[in-house]
Structures are given as structure tokens and as C-alpha cells.
Design a protein around this ligand. Structure first.
Ligand code: PLP
Length: 404
């Protein structure tokens, strides 16, 4: 491609709204877990578009399905039927045990849908006072007003207040407080089973048990925000299952379309019964292209052995990261599950991210001092070894600078 990074940067600086702090690289091509920049340089991708390129880049089967669908019919709207919503929905139900699916286009929309359906449920029961939400300190659920309202970070929230209310945040280290804050005004508790943007922090079993108890006692709904953890990322279809939780609603996105924007709210029969035609909708949501891609990805997960693969290589990744932690004192903790891992550092993670990229490895910083790893679910053991070796070199280089 006849374009330079400097050209792209200059044009973006003039015309693109400056909401992102981009790293100085422009990608034009991918293949599996490899990305190639405008100069043809190769990178090993342990970010996968923040957990989206679940089958890696340019996966032949997904590419063929998308190309075929694009050449046949992309979009008709929700005024009419097409075959692929039911195809994708039945697979999502099979994986989650939740009866019904609402399709949308992004994680934040999936969360919005869950919040709306929770309120709709109590409205239908005649409990019109049950409008509040309980969320978790450190949680992230998206940038639209509803999802932002249950996102904890002040930096994202303050410029846009007033947000949706009432929302109460609880400290995940104090599960006993859940019983106090959930009242007969609470519609739902929303919590990520592993906080992603918050630093790869798995929910404790005590906190999961407290959610289960308070929901059983009060009828409060539990929304599992599995936009990042869901659909095989942790080696389970959903990490809430690993924690023994039975959510009434699950939000999914990211991995679902392998890069095609498609997301969904998964809904229990109890909640689904409260929702009527016209209550919610989306022009693009669940179009042929998105749901064809989703059905293809879900087939890989259910029948293609992808879940087993993630469990296997996820254990390998964990072993390699634990070995890194033993060798490098700036790594103070290894957290996460499957192919969703975080290295808690004692220093800012950005120099690690920058040095790794300069050496051909893409990793990501979250919560300041955490290096986040979200490789494609198709990643191989040899690629994990290569990434671990590179990370080790990078940690050594950065550590020696920190000590100087
Ligand atoms: N929920 C969780 C747990 C997420 O990690 C994210 C994005 O990182 C979202 C919701 C929002 O998803 P999107 O950026 O697709 O709107």
C-alpha cells in the first residue's frame, strides 16, 4: 500500500475527532496472529484488537463466509426475517443456557440492552420502584450513557454527568456489603466475572457467592458483563459459569463476530417474557453479515475444538507468565484465566508496551501498571513461547532502565 505512517497521522490530525491516543504504527494486513504495518514489518499480535480478532486475522473460513455473505446480501433490517439470527441465537443459547438473544452491534449496546431489559422486567411485574443498579468498583461496561453509568472510573464519568441513576458501587473486596446495598429499589446487579479494563481482576468466589445469595433472597437480577470474558476467552463459554453463577442476562460482544461488529444480550426466559415488540431495537442489529460471522465463530467454538484449544494453550501461557514473574522482580502478580491474562507490574506498563512493539510484539496496558495479553483464541504454543521470550527481553531492558 502506497501510504506512509506520517501521511496517515497528518490526515487524521486534521479530520478525525481526537478521542484516541494512538500508538505510532499503522497496520494494513494480517494473517493469523501476525500483523503487518505500512512498511511491511511483522508483529506478533497479543492484543487481537482488544479481544475481537478471536480467530486471528484473515481466517480462511471466516473470510469465505463473510465474502460469500457480502456478495449475497448484507442487510435488510429487522422489518423482515433472514436465516442467520436464529442460527447464531440457537448456538448462544446452547452455550449459555439462556433462552433468548437480542442482537446489537457493540459491547456497550449489549450492556444498554441488559439494563433496559432488567428495568422492563420489574416494570412488567408492577414493581416500578425497582429501577436501581448495583455495580462494582473498578468495573467497565462501556461509553454510552447507561453503560457509562455502571462504569466506575471517574475519569470516564465526570465530564458527562449527570448519568443514569440510581447506581451504587460496591468494593469487590467486601462482598458482605452487597446484602446492604441491594434493596427493594434494585433492579439488577451488574458485574464482570473478570474485570478487563480494570486490570484483569477475577471476581472472588466470595463475591460470586454473595451475588448468588442476594439475588436468590431478593429476586434481584444478575447481569454478567461478559463482553471481554465471554465466548471462550477464559477457556469456558462464560466465566460466570466457572464462578458458579447463573446470570439472568449476559452481555457479549468482541469475540462474537471475529472482527465484524456484532454483539448480543442473552436473556433468560423469565426476563424475556416481560419484553414486548417495540421495547427495544436496532437498525443494524443482527444483520445478515454480522450474524453469519457470529454463527461461523460459534461453530468453531462448539464443534471446532476451540474451547479445548484455549484451555490447553491458556495453561501453557500461564506457566510461561509465572516463570517470567519469577525471573523479573517488576512483575508482582500474574492474573486471569485462559487467554485473558494480566501481569501486574510495580511500575507503569507503558514502557513495556512501547518496547515490546518496537521489538515486534503487541501487548496492551490497562489500569496503569498492568500488561494485558489477549491473543487470538487460535494462538499456538510456539507463538506463546516466542511472545514470552520477547516479553522477557523487554522486561529485562525496561527493568535495567528503571534501576538506572
Ligand atoms: N463491557 C466490557 C466488560 C468491556 O470490556 C467493554 C469494552 O472493552 C465493553 C463492555 C464495551 O464494549 P464496546 O467497546 O464494544 O462498546
Amino acid at each position: 500500500m502506497n501510504v506512509t505512517l506520517d501521511d496517515i497521522k497528518a490526515r487524521e490530525a486534521r479530520h478525525v475527532l481526537q478521542t484516541y491516543r494512538r500508538q505510532p504504527v499503522a497496520f494494513v494486513r494480517g494473517n493469523g496472529a501476525r500483523l503487518y504495518d505500512v512498511d511491511g514489518r511483522e508483529y506478533l499480535d497479543f492484543v487481537s484488537g482488544i479481544g475481537v480478532a478471536s480467530l486471528g486475522h484473515a481466517h480462511p473460513g471466516l473470510t469465505a463466509a463473510i465474502a460469500d455473505q457480502a456478495a449475497t446480501l448484507i442487510h435488510t433490517s429487522n422489518l423482515y426475517y433472514h436465516p442467520f439470527q436464529a442460527e447464531a441465537a440457537s448456538r448462544l443459547s446452547q452455550l449459555s443456557g439462556l433462552a433468548r438473544v437480542f442482537f446489537c452491534n457493540s459491547g456497550t449496546e449489549a450492556v444498554e440492552a441488559c439494563l433496559k431489559f432488567a428495568r422492563r422486567y420489574w416494570h412488567t411485574q408492577g414493581a416500578t420502584g425497582r429501577t436501581g443498579f448495583v455495580a462494582v468498583e473498578g468495573g467497565f461496561s462501556g461509553r454510552t450513557f447507561g453503560a457509562l453509568s455502571v462504569t466506575h472510573d471517574e475519569h470516564y464519568r465526570t465530564p458527562f454527568e449527570p448519568l443514569l441513576g440510581p447506581v451504587t458501587f460496591v468494593d469487590p473486596a467486601r462482598p458482605e456489603t452487597l446484602a446492604e446495598v441491594v434493596t427493594d429499589h434494585t433492579a439488577a446487579i451488574i458485574a464482570e466475572p473478570i474485570q478487563g479494563e480494570g486490570g484483569i481482576r477475577p471476581m472472588s468466589h466470595a463475591f460470586a457467592a454473595a451475588i448468588a445469595n442476594v439475588c436468590r433472597r431478593t429476586g434481584t437480577l444478575y447481569i454478567a458483563d461478559e463482553v471481554q470474558t465471554g465466548l471462550g476467552r477464559t477457556g469456558a463459554p462464560f466465566y460466570s459459569q466457572t464462578l458458579g453463577l447463573e446470570p439472568d442476562l449476559i452481555s457479549v460482544g468482541k469475540a462474537l463476530g471475529g472482527g465484524v461488529p456484532v454483539a448480543a444480550a442473552l436473556v433468560s426466559e423469565r426476563v424475556a417474557q416481560a419484553v414486548s415488540p417495540g421495547d427495544h431495537g436496532s437498525t443494524y442489529g443482527g444483520n445478515l453479515l454480522g450474524t453469519r460471522a457470529a454463527a461461523f465463530f460459534l461453530d468453531q467454538l462448539i464443534r471446532g475444538g476451540l474451547l479445548e484449544h484455549v484451555r490447553e494453550v491458556g495453561a501453557h501461557l500461564e506457566r510461561r507468565l509465572r516463570a517470567l514473574a519469577l525471573q523479573h522482580p517488576i512483575v508482582v502478580e500474574v492474573r486471569g484465566a485462559g487467554l485473558m491474562r494480566g501481569l501486574q507490574l510495580s511500575v507503569d506498563a507503558m514502557p513495556i508496551v512501547d518496547t515490546a512493539r518496537e521489538r515486534g510484539l503487541l501487548v496492551n496496558r490497562t489500569d496503569g501498571k498492568v500488561v494485558r495479553l489477549l491473543p487470538p483464541l487460535t494462538i499456538g504454543a510456539a507463538e506463546i513461547d516466542r511472545a514470552s521470550d520477547l516479553l522477557s527481553e523487554v522486561l529485562t531492558a525496561v527493568q535495567s532502565e528503571v534501576q538506572v
